[in-house]
Write a protein that binds this ligand. Structure first.
Ligand SMILES: *[C@@H]1O[C@H](CO)[C@@H](O)[C@H](O)[C@H]1NC(C)=O
Ligand SMILES: *[C@@H]1O[C@H](CO)[C@@H](O)[C@H](O)[C@H]1NC(C)=O
Ligand SMILES: *[C@@H]1O[C@H](CO)[C@@H](O)[C@H](O)[C@H]1NC(C)=O
Ligand SMILES: *[C@@H]1O[C@H](CO)[C@@H](O)[C@H](O)[C@H]1NC(C)=O
Length: 462
């Protein structure tokens, strides 16, 4: 007896391509708030450029339980980097813009408080890519465990990895492709299971010989289709989750680099956050490393998290060199804002961006300008400088908290001769603002989903 959604044979799994399957997927975003202090500084140009060697941060990660090390996908700490495949910044920023367009097409609104409403499902729109983020973690899957490096994404619901046999196609990944037949803890989920119908309310689902299938599409080029299954997931030797629901993808393509798949941290029933709710209380935190040559962490539960030092308030103003820009605070509240681990560049209301850019350009007036880079319109050529003085940019939050961004949160560095202000404007003040991962770097970002709170603390990676 075949299940209710689609009836296909195993061989026809290949046919469950995106043309056949009307694919739905979900994004959940989170409003944000910040606190902390960093002094303004003069930095050497060399320190702005990507380093070729990895210097992992061991201090804090080793003190935490339930923690995973976080790397930049394209940096030297990543196992995924192939000899010479430099990041194409133009392409990366175009993907970022697609992700933002997609997020903004969703039904977010400017209400305060963490958005934990029921999942909204919208048909995937062709040509719109939900980019897949730049930060990766390594987890263990199966018995015995097989190590897999996954992209982590607070905007995605489903955790999936490429699986053997690749009935459709698998892209090249750096880890061996997960083989469920080599694991004693792997189990298929039946089409009649409530887990399968739950899946169907969040992403596309189907049925093959009474086994539940999933399909998730991130855009024209990125997708994964396969079996919805359960496995033993190992976060650390003491943090093992039995019967973790995941996608065992036998037909995968797209922009995942050499990562083995994706770990979904959104607030949907099938995400790792919800599946581990009893264990970790829907509480997690992460720190994105300052550079691609250092490491951060992704931590589940409150152990070791900086929960006492984070604040959870909305943004009310921006200062440059200590001078508050004259931006009405209603500009920040009209469109609302979310934080997203997968968006690279923060998107500000145009009124706020324009004031920030004017003040920043004034402070940087003595440096040689460089051509715009995609969505980044304020760039400098530092190739003849040995040091640069970076103006302080301060974000102020309701309740009086101020946070100074350090240069990692101010510049997007393509190369020494093209270093850009790492902010972009939305189309209108009423568009949803997004706090992207450039500005999240080095902060402790805390998601208290159960408590409806989210915030930042300083020095999260050190
Ligand atoms: C980088 O990506 C852009 C946009 O996709 C493309 O036009 C350009 O040719 C790429 N550059 C290189 C060096 O691959
Ligand atoms: C905005 O979101 C809140 C909370 O989810 C909801 O109560 C409200 O009706 C929404 N407003 C609009 C205009 O969608
Ligand atoms: C899972 O389902 C697939 C497809 O029906 C089958 O080939 C595989 O043997 C099943 N695995 C287990 C462990 O039941
Ligand atoms: C630019 O250089 C001039 C001359 O050295 C100096 O007086 C001025 O303060 C500098 N401006 C800025 C914004 O640093």
């Amino acid at each position: 007896m075949e299940g209710s959604f689609f009836c296909v044979s195993n061989r026809a799994l290949l046919l469950l391509s995106l043309h056949v399957l009307m694919t739905y997927f979900v994004h959940q975003g989170y409003p944000y708030g910040v606190e902390g202090k960093i002094a303004s500084n003069t930095v050497s140009v060399i320190s702005l450029l990507p380093s070729l060697s990895c210097s992992p941060s061991t201090t804090k990660a080793s003190k935490r339980k339930s923690t995973l090390e976080v790397y930049h996908k394209h940096g030297p700490c990543s196992q995924l980097v192939q000899g010479h495949s430099p990041l194409n910044h133009t392409k990366s920023l175009l993907q970022d813009e697609s992700r933002v367009k997609w997020i903004q097409s969703q039904s977010f609104n400017g209400s305060d408080g963490l958005k934990v409403s029921a999942a909204t499902s919208l048909p995937a729109k062709s040509g719109i890519t939900l980019g897949t983020g730049n930060y990766i973690v390594t987890i263990g899957l199966g018995t015995p465990k097989q190590d897999l490096t996954l992209i982590f994404d607070t905007g995605s619901p489903l955790t999936w990895t490429q699986c053997q046999p690749c009935v459709g196609s698998c892209y090249t990944q750096s880890d061996p492709i997960f083989d469920p037949s080599q694991s004693s803890s792997y189990a298929n989920i039946s089409c009649t299971s409530t887990l399968c119908s739950q899946l169907g309310s969040i992403v596309a689902s189907g049925c093959s010989r009474s086994t539940c299938l999933y399909g998730i599409q991130y855009g024209d080029q990125s997708s994964s289709v396969g079996f919805f299954a359960t496995e033993k997931l190992t976060i650390s030797p003491t943090d093992v989750i039995d019967n973790f629901e995941f996608g065992c993808g036998e037909n995968n393509q797209g922009l995942f680099g050499r990562a083995a798949g994706l770990i979904g941290l959104s607030d949907d029933k099938i995400s790792i956050v919800e599946q581990t709710a009893t264990k970790y209380g829907k509480y997690f935190s992460y720190c994105l490393p300052s550079s691609s040559s250092s490491t951060g962490h992704l931590t589940f539960g409150k152990d070791g998290g900086a929960s006492n030092s984070v604040s959870f308030t909305p943004i009310v103003g921006i200062s440059v060199e200590g001078n508050r820009l004259s931006i009405p605070s209603t500009v920040f509240s009209s469109g609302g804002a979310i934080i997203d681990s997968g968006t690279v560049i923060s998107r500000l209301p145009p009124t706020a961006y324009s004031a920030l850019r004017t003040a920043f350009r004034k402070a940087m007036a003595n440096y040689t300008t460089a051509p715009a880079l995609s969505i980044l319109d304020t760039c400098y050529d530092f190739s003849k400088e040995s040091t640069v003085t970076v103006p302080t940019i301060t974000f102020s939050f309701a309740g009086g908290a101020d946070i100074n961004l350090d240069h990692n949160g101010i510049f997007y560095v393509a190369k020494a001769s093209q270093v850009c202000l790492a902010f972009a404007a939305n189309g209108a003040d009423s568009d949803l603002g997004i706090y992207g991962n450039v500005q999240q770097k080095t902060f402790e970002v805390v998601y208290d989903v159960a408590g409806g709170k989210l915030g930042f603390g300083s020095n999260g990676c050190s």
